[in-house]
Design a protein around this ligand. Structure first.
Ligand code: MG
Length: 159
């Protein structure tokens, strides 16, 4: 039993839960006929699954194995498009804090292999936060103007 490896497994589950949360967000946006935004978040959900796979691959390769837990998609209810992307940004900040905590724990144990795995995620989180903070900033500038919203919807649909 390893507390650090259990925490990595917990993060694997959290990445899968992130995929589930983004899928629920995509469904809300699709219901609003924001098909490009919905597509964007579905692609994001796929990316989260690849993040989970990285943790799984590591835990399997070191012979530790993984355990799955039930996933909570959240309520799937939102106030608005801005609310969805604001919550997505908050979620990514939470992921970043979790990754940084894992780095601290891996350092405390001097586990170079885990540190190497985690550094990829440290970099990745810079991109993830930037992605969602850019969208929330643009939405706030668009200020509810439908022309702007449809242009952004079209652009996000290109992902
Ligand atoms: Mg992730």
């Amino acid at each position: 039993m390893s507390k650090l490896y259990d925490a990595l497994c917990d993060q694997m589950n959290f990445e899968l839960e992130s995929a589930y949360i983004y899928t629920a967000m995509a469904a809300y946006l699709e219901k609003l006929n924001m098909k490009g935004m919905a597509h964007f978040l579905e692609e994001q959900a796929k990316e989260e699954v690849t993040h989970a796979e990285k943790f799984k691959k590591f835990l399997m390769n070191v012979g530790y194995g993984v355990k799955y837990r039930p996933l909570d998609p959240g309520s799937g209810e939102f106030e608005s498009i801005e609310d969805v992307f604001g919550k997505a940004l908050e979620h990514e900040k939470k992921v970043t804090a979790r990754i940084h905590k894992l780095v601290e724990d891996a350092r405390a144990e001097g586990d170079q292999r885990v540190l190497n795995l985690l550094y990829w995620f440290v970099d990745e989180q810079i991109e993830e936060e930037d992605t969602f903070s850019t969208i929330t900033e643009r939405l706030s500038r668009i200020g509810g103007n439908w022309n702007g919203i449809y242009m952004l919807d079209h652009e996000l649909g290109q992902r």
